[in-house]
Design a binder for this molecule. Structure first.
Ligand SMILES: [Zn+2]
Length: 130
């Protein structure tokens, strides 16, 4: 994956490891299905009015819109959001992956681990052959 700013690379290795795993899975989907390299735009940065999940190191954003142009088609967005939520159900009522625009900003994918999310300690929930 690419990082909008160099410092995001450092942040990537400081964030919640499950979210890092989610981000890597997102990258695999983008590359394997669409030959698109995702661009990380935000990890720890806070935005006024947001939930605080970013400063807590439990969320990562990937670009869809830049300069008024979209990187992914609506069908691709639908596929990615659906695959991510299937792979990482989180076991609470909050989605792991959403595609949105916050406070009129550019459209992006927001991937998060919410406080109610539970994953197996042995990570067998990520077994691709299940
Ligand atoms: Zn976000």
């Amino acid at each position: 994956m690419l990082f909008k700013e160099e410092r995001l690379k450092t942040e990537f290795f400081k964030m919640d490891p499950i979210v890092r795993l989610m981000a890597i899975h997102f990258e695999v989907l983008c590359k394997e299905y669409f030959k698109i390299t995702p661009v990380c735009t935000r990890i720890f940065d806070d935005i006024k009015g947001a939930t605080g999940v970013h400063p807590a190191g439990r969320a990562i954003d990937f670009r869809n819109e830049t300069g008024g142009k979209r990187m992914f088609t609506d069908e691709q967005v639908k596929f990615l959001v659906s695959e991510m939520n299937k792979r990482f159900p989180g076991h609470d009522n909050l989605a792991t992956c959403i595609h949105h625009s916050f406070n009129g900003g550019p459209y992006h994918f927001h991937i998060q681990k919410t406080l109610g999310d539970k994953y197996d300690k042995d990570l067998s929930c990520f077994d691709y052959h299940k």
